[in-house]
Design a protein around this ligand. Sequence first.
Ligand code: CA
Length: 217
Amino acid sequence: MLNILIVEDEYAIANLINTYLSGEGYRCFCAFDGKEAADRIEEENYDLILLDIMLPQIDGYELLEYIKPLGTPVIFITARGAVNDRIKGLKLGADDYLVKPFQIGELSARVEAVLRRYGKSEKQLVFGDVLINTESRQVTKNGCAIDLTVKEFDLLVELVRNKNVALYRNRLYEKVWNEEFIGETRTLDSHIQRLRRKLQWEDNIKTVFRIGYRLEG
Ligand code: CA
């Protein structure tokens, strides 16, 4: 799981970011002033730091100078309209910046993009109590390992990446089996049955009449 430090003195914003990114499977920590951030950075390694500029005690610029030698990617969070802040931030070596108020989805996309650039792209998918590591291809539910075949695993990843979306049988089949769907649904259906059983997802994987399946949660 990737660690993200959120340095932001506005509690509401820090908590919003924390809740959202935690839901995306990141492990988040908050620091509410520059001093606390410096202490945390000294104690722990982070995969990414979200850094507000205007902070009590030590501001974001000063912290950035401290962070850069560590090689940790940084996304600056700046107040609206502070164009000079953005230019200065990027010149100082921030990897990206975001202007408040921002769409939380935009933040998530930028976090992902920066992590990918650093070769740390999100390897972990989370759905309820199920954790999926797409690199080691391990799946756990409530901390217990779940044994899946190759195709069951690929199918699971497809469902989780498209949660709450109705997926057509033919597209699902072609994506997972990498071959043309010729109308034979038994293979796909039996894999769905096994996923339902192994993950106790009888209620989560819905059959969508005449279409296919949808993972709900
Ligand atoms: Ca601030």
